[in-house]
Design a protein around this ligand. Sequence first.
Ligand SMILES: Nc1ncnc2c1ncn2[C@@H]1O[C@H](COP(=O)(O)OP(=O)(O)OP(=O)(O)O)[C@@H](O)[C@H]1O
Length: 596
Amino acid sequence: MKKILKNYFNYFLYFYRYLRYRIFVSFSLSFIKGVLDGFGLAMFIPLLKLSSSSQNVSESSEMGNLSFLPEFLEKIGISLTITTALLIILSFFCLKGVITFIEGIMRVKYQQLFIREIRLTNIQLLNSYSFSEFVKSDAGKIQNTFSAEVNRVAMAYGSYFKSIEYGVLVLVYVSFAFASNTEFALIVAVGGVLTNFIFKWLFRKTKMLSRKYTNRAHNFQSLLIQHVANFKYLKASGLNYFYGNKLKNNINQLEEIQRNLGVVDATLMALREPLTILVVVIAILFQVNYYNADIGLIILSLIFLYRALTFLMAMQENWNKFLSVSGSMENMTEFTSELRNNKEKNGIVKFETFENKISLENIYFKYNNTTVIDGIDLNISKNETIAIIGESGSGKSTLMNILSGLLIPSNGQLLIDGIDISELDINSYRKRIGYIAQEAPIFNDTIFNNVTFWSEKSSDNLQKFHEAIRKASLSEFVNSLDDKEDEYLGNNGINISGGQKQRLSIARELYKDVDFLFMDEATSALDGETEAAIQSNIDLLKGRYTILMIAHRLSTIKNADKIILLKNGKIEAFGTFEELLKTSPTFVRMIKLQEF
Ligand SMILES: Nc1ncnc2c1ncn2[C@@H]1O[C@H](COP(=O)(O)OP(=O)(O)OP(=O)(O)O)[C@@H](O)[C@H]1O
């Protein structure tokens, strides 16, 4: 019982967190609706009475404990005739209509508000999600949770509140039924509760299937993302059919789960009515045979109970619908708290502009228990160009990720202009970094928007745009296009070459107002001639930006002010190109290998 209450309460708290007082507004409206309906129905008894005799209705006991209603009306000067009774019934139901309308509008409004709040909260949390946790996460799960799962949670919201609303109505009608004929209502209520036990195991099955569905759906999304991302490879290698089969299996499993959910739902629907009627039949037989009860009171009580049972059925149906998507709610709760618990640490000092130097003091970084950066001390002065080289896995990208605040060192201190990075408002610092990655990120939009990141197309911005594409050796390509800077780039830049993508991402960083340029093998996808052109442009940027470049091609680092040679996370050699040629045998070997 405790567990059930905790469960119900948890669901309630989940919705309450987003909707607050609005939940009670919804409940109150449902309650008023039920009461109005109950009064309206109760008025049929004096009406029937009035139509069959001229006896004063308020003296009658045929309304059981509900006789206060005609008495009250008499007291306030409304004498009950057929016309006034009809008008009162009409008024109750009209008022109920008004409340139903308001409630319907509120429900849609609150549901939309709820969806919006979930989405906004999660997007906000995703933006501040720690990078080291993000790389461990499942992209399929994130996408599925943001799209399909939000809709399923919205469905859960709808069904949950409908079942509570119907629950409130059941209570109202049961109270009315009790007021008109207590014994009869008691028998039916006990019967109703007993039948509910039969449904319990069906509910449990639904919940289990719902969890299974959510997990399968994450998996499907994950496979789909990879299918799209690796489309070219899968097609060119003929593996797309094999991969297609994996997707097919997943689709079949999803279908099977939905089918099973359907079977449980159909069983519930089929059982409900016969069971309800069975209870009512037993109750009537019992009442008539053992208590010689007044059939008028039984009928009034029956009307209320019938309504109560109808809403009980609707409540069960909605509860089952809720359970069928409750797996999504559990997933959403987990997802949100995972994002919340893994927020990246953020300081409060706003970073305006880089003035002096970056210092790394005895920096360590571990992935699980493996040391990847092993005690690095380094100073990077403003407008210096530093190149990082070293064999694959030596820690180059990790070091750059530490410098951009994506990874937090496990030990040591990273100072930017004398301020510990943990004290900085990390976003204000990152805004000053231009990041050019191996994999150029291209958005499905125009070249102008890709470079300017959706800036307004003013003449100033256009001029800045042309300057940036000129520096990135992209002007000729853009001018050759039919729509020039308004040309659309396909999905992930599918209709431009690797080199063009890279030049575009270089142009994007040059367009921004930044202090640092972090280049992770920025010129790797370029042909020799374009690389030389870009290299000379990067050389032109030398001294104007603080440049940190990871390079495999040693030709690109000749002009760097300093070169860091990393080995197993340690600095093996440090100096200018010429200095390293003299002091580092490893460097000399690397140069020889590349010349070869
Ligand atoms: N997310 C991760 N989880 C666990 N280990 C990781 C993770 N990312 C990198 N590593 C490990 O950390 C070490 C350093 O990786 P890093 O990417 O910094 O090397 P790198 O010098 O940039 O390599 P490359 O030149 O191949 O890009 C490698 O041994 C790598 O396997």
